[in-house]
Design a protein around this ligand. Structure first.
Ligand code: AMP
Ligand code: ZN
Length: 432
């Protein structure tokens, strides 16, 4: 289903011409902010000289550190009387940063989210329960306004209060949810504990799942249990929030809305563009944001652009599932390990429950990795032999995936700390 067929299927040449025109405007607008005025001067860039996409790489990068250094208002390029909203990053890594929106920014954002939702098959006859945090986190209000724009009956639940969530899903016949993958896994456990079979007892058909990395294994687990189609949802506060990129029904990568953002994939070391289809760090430029335009932002999420056209007819390029961040990569005994690899290994095993956590320590000068894993409720009988076998096979699966042999600690179902927003998957005690 299309929300805005003309824009979503715009021929590439037209799309690139639009990007060029918008980039010219954005360079001029950004220069009104104290930060870019300064940064352009340092880089010797005259914003009026930007002719289009061909000049993109002459523009300097922007980093999260820049946002912190110029916190709170240094990147605001609009008159403060035209700024109507503030959100803050959840602080996935370090201190939070603030993002500002004009009325038009909020409007464009709702439109992009509506596009994403329509793309999954959701429509105005759906009942939408938003199960992510409202407030400063963009997942609440961002998805909320998109859902209303699409015309869905929108239930602004927020995160947590799982029993109440379940009751609402039943009472109102919720058909679409928005939820983080870690909370979704927890929700499944709670359903099981309450004897609720979503396939039998609920009307759920679509789950929009994102805001943190997860694997295909997690998707399968959620789809099997919930009996709903799970769609990957990608976004970040610096680029509005959710609605930046989303899966269509083909589920072959996430279309990134290139009429609103310029997408580059660069090598994290050289900052040069990678070859077509290769993995690298996402760099994004906002094309329509008024209050806080951001140019060549080093997002640090790692992905690749998927080659070829999507059968759905949309021309906006697709990015692959985010496999990690260039800065959450762990180096364990000299080996590069992404938490997503460990998740992959764990989620391929049906005996494993929803909660897991990596704990890194240093023992006699050497790195030590322990993985705490909850055993699935259905498997947990307390038989020591069975558990030992499971421990060994988890260890083998992680070693296969990462080349690192962890200590595996099995714990009872539902005993690891739960988060209703973004999960804390890594506890790194090595720096202390
Ligand atoms: P925030 O700005 O606090 O919402 O955090 C944004 C970050 O969350 C992104 O830069 C990603 O690292 C992560 N993130 C959001 N959506 C996804 C997704 N679908 N898959 C993987 N990581 C995601
Ligand atoms: Zn598609």
């Amino acid at each position: 289903m299309f929300w805005d067929k003309v824009k979503e299927t715009m021929p590439r040449e037209e799309l690139e011409a639009l990007q060029s025109a918008r980039l010219r405007e954005v360079a001029l607008r950004a220069a009104r902010s104290p930060f870019y005025k300064n940064r352009f001067a340092e880089a010797g860039v005259e914003p009026g000289d930007v002719r289009g996409l061909e000049d993109l790489r002459r523009l300097p990068f922007t980093t999260k550190q820049d946002l912190r250094d110029w916190f709170p208002y240094g990147l605001v390029a609009a008159d403060m009387k035209d700024v109507v909203r503030l959100h803050a990053s959840s602080g996935t890594t370090g201190k939070s940063t603030a993002v500002f929106y004009s009325r038009a920014d909020i409007d464009n954002w709702a439109d992009m989210v509506a596009r994403c939702m329509a793309m999954t098959g959701a429509d105005s006859s759906d009942v939408f329960q938003n199960m992510t945090g409202y407030g400063m986190f963009t997942g609440g209000l961002g998805m909320h306004f998109g859902a209303e724009r699409l015309g869905m009956l929108t239930i602004p639940m927020g995160a947590g209060n799982t029993k109440w969530q379940m009751a609402n899903m039943k009472m109102y016949g919720t058909t679409v949810i928005h939820i983080t993958p870690s909370y979704a896994l927890h929700l499944c456990e709670e359903f099981a504990a309450e004897g609720i079979d979503p396939k039998r007892d609920l009307k759920l058909r679509i789950a929009l799942v994102g805001a943190e990395p997860y694997s295909e294994g997690t998707r399968r687990k959620l789809e099997d249990f919930l009996g709903a189609s799970v769609f990957n949802s990608y976004g970040l506060s610096e680029m509005n929030g959710p609605g930046v990129a989303f899966e269509c029904v083909e589920k072959n990568g996430m279309h990134l809305w290139e009429d609103h953002y310029i997408l580059e994939i660069v090598d994290p070391k050289t900052l040069e563009p990678v070859a077509e289809g290769e993995r690298g760090e996402i760099v994004m430029t906002t094309l329509t944001r008024e209050a806080m335009p951001i140019i060549r932002y080093r997002v640090r999420d790692l992905t690749s652009v998927l080659p070829g056209a999507c059968p759905c007819g949309r021309t906006h390029r697709r990015i692959d599932r985010i496999t990690g961040r260039s800065d959450d990569m762990l180096i364990i005994k000299g080996v590069n390990v992404f938490p997503s690899q460990i998740e992959d290994a764990l989620m391929s095993m049906s005996e494993v429950g929803g909660g897991w956590q990596i704990e890194l320590t240093r023992v006699e000068g050497a790195d030590h990795i322990a993985v705490n894993v909850e055993v699935a409720d259905s498997f947990f009988r307390g038989d020591i032999k069975e558990l030992n076998r499971l421990r060994k096979s988890i260890q083998g699966a992680i070693k296969n995936e990462t080349l690192v042999t962890p200590e595996v600690k099995l714990v009872e179902p539902n005993t690891l700390p739960r988060s209703v927003g973004k999960a804390v998957r890594v506890i790194d005690k090595r720096q202390i």
